[in-house]
Design a protein. Structure first.
Lengths: 192, 306
């Protein structure tokens, strides 16, 4: 149990997917303008990451059995894309409210490298099935954390601080992302 | 066989996914609103987001659910699409009040003065940043056509240094309103035809010095208006489009010609006052005609002789 929590905490703080491993930068910069959409995106990513890991880990065992583990990237993309499609259909039918809340983020996630990254890293690190699931959950929570923090920073900077005109928009976003990433470097070495 | 194993397995996974998705799309089928499907079919499907919604689906959804959403948000489809969307939405779309853009400035190259010659980048935005533009009137149209560039429907043009909107083809997308750095383009209801084409908030004397056709805030229009539709605010006449009946009295009354009407003018040719001729004059004319006739006959006779 302690091991599982350690895995989760280390992927949230030390090896944060966005701020330490630089995966999923596109939604991180694109969807972090407003806090509510950032939370929506983060929640969708947590959901898809856990689901994708749950599906791809057994499939990798099949691939490994036939000694074609090198095809994992192609197969994982295929599986994740169809999985998200399926989830979208189910949500649309039974939970239209959630489907509306997740909106366009759900299909966007199909091609998100953070989702593919977590599934492949689970395999590369040789984690067991349960460990993989917790790792994916942690990665999703880490993504949500980064999104929420960054959305807060951005809205504060854009609405309140007197930012010089030449820094407004993209330059300010990139600089504040870099500083946020630097601050997360302080967590390195927290867990063994 | 080693070569075929990965192929077979990947194909198998793909097939399983395809079958599952196909079955799922039947099982979890959600009936789509008919209007939505119709509108979605009309939209170009470029998913460019230029309408301000997240893709064509989102825009179609907004159109279906909300009657107040304008049919003319899509710049890709152009005017034809607007008509098609309105048709697909039925009567509701037609009943929404149509708006058109109008440029609130009349100052062309002839009737305005310039402070300086501007030779910088040829956009209104750039010119505006240099001491607020080269015009003597700091509110007026700069004439570099940022609005013309912004218009996806070719409905706005530069005419002798001032922008002009073609009210027939304007789809009220408000792109020009956003593009104008002077903020002199606004939306008015299509039915309001009488417009004060001036934005100058300066006092009358200052406006007069800069421009021959600016509103000087004299208040003549306020007095002549029978419907209390006009007020003077900051030395600028403002017409209330709700009270205005487009009677056009103020247009005639305005001493500078700042108030304009878009009503098609019924032009009546003035009766020509032909002065009556005195008997002497008539006799003179007759004599002239006789002389000409004689000369012609003589010339013909000469030709015959030779």
């Amino acid at each position: 149990m302690v091991g599982l929590i350690t895995i989760m905490m280390s992927v949230i703080l030390v090896d944060n997917f966005v701020l330490a491993q630089f995966l999923g930068i596109c939604p991180f910069l694109g969807v972090s303008k407003k806090l509510d959409s950032a939370v929506g995106m983060g929640a969708a990513v947590i959901f898809v990451m856990v689901l994708a890991t749950a599906a791809t880990w057994p499939i990798y065992q099949v691939l490994d059995g036939f000694e074609i583990g090198y095809l994992q990237t192609v197969v994982f993309i295929l599986v994740i894309a169809s999985l998200v499609q399926l989830v979208e259909m189910v949500l649309k039918k039974y939970v239209p409210a959630l489907h509306k809340a997740l909106g366009v983020y759900l299909p966007l996630i199909t091609t998100n490298c953070a989702v593919l990254g977590v599934t492949i890293m689970n395999i590369n690190d040789g984690l067991t099935y349960v460990e993989s699931l917790f790792n994916a959950l942690g990665a999703g929570i880490g993504f949500l954390l980064a999104m929420v923090l960054f959305a807060g920073v951005r809205s504060k900077l854009e609405n309140e601080a007197g930012v010089p005109d030449c820094f407004k928009g993209v330059p300010l976003t990139l600089i504040s992302a870099a500083i946020l990433s630097l601050s997360f470097m302080g967590f390195s070495g927290l867990f063994q | 066989m080693d070569v075929f194993t990965p192929i077979i397995i990947v194909v198998a996974i793909g097939l399983v996914a395809a079958v599952v998705l196909t079955i799922a799309s039947k099982v979890f089928f959600v009936p789509v609103d008919k209007t939505f499907a119709k509108i979605r079919a009309e939209l170009p499907g470029a998913n460019c987001g230029a309408c301000g919604y997240a893709g064509c689906d989102d825009y179609a959804n907004a159109l279906t659910e909300d009657n107040t959403v304008s049919c003319s948000m899509c710049p890709v489809g152009g005017p034809d699409l607007v008509v098609a969307l309105a048709a697909a939405l039925g009567v509701e779309a037609g009943s929404a009040e149509k708006e058109v853009a109008v440029v609130l400035c009349n100052g062309n190259n002839d009737n305005t003065r310039k402070l300086m010659d501007y030779e910088g980048i040829n956009t209104c935005k750039a010119a505006k940043q240099l001491f607020g533009g080269m015009n003597a009137c700091k509110y007026g149209c700069l004439g570099f056509g940022d609005c013309v560039v912004s218009c996806e429907f070719d409905s706005i043009e530069m005419f002798n240094g001032v922008a002009r909107v073609n009210r027939n083809t304007c789809v009220a997308c408000t792109a020009c309103v956003k593009a104008c750095p002077q903020n002199i383009i606004t939306m008015v209801p299509e039915k309001s035809k009488v417009v004060v084409k001036c934005s100058s908030l300066d006092k009358g004397a200052v406006t007069r010095k800069a421009c021959d056709v600016g509103c000087i805030g004299c208040g003549k229009c306020v007095k002549v208006c029978n419907f209390d539709a006009i007020t003077i605010e900051n030395a600028l006449a403002v017409i209330d489009p709700i009270k205005c009946t487009n009677c056009g009295l103020c247009v005639q009354e305005c001493p500078t010609g700042a108030i304009n009407s878009f009503k098609p003018i019924k032009y009546r040719a003035p009766k020509k006052a032909v002065p009556k001729k005195t008997p002497e004059e008539i006799a003179e004319l007759k004599a002239k005609i006789e002389a000409v006739k004689k000369a012609k006959a003589e010339a013909a006779a000469k030709v015959e002789e030779s």
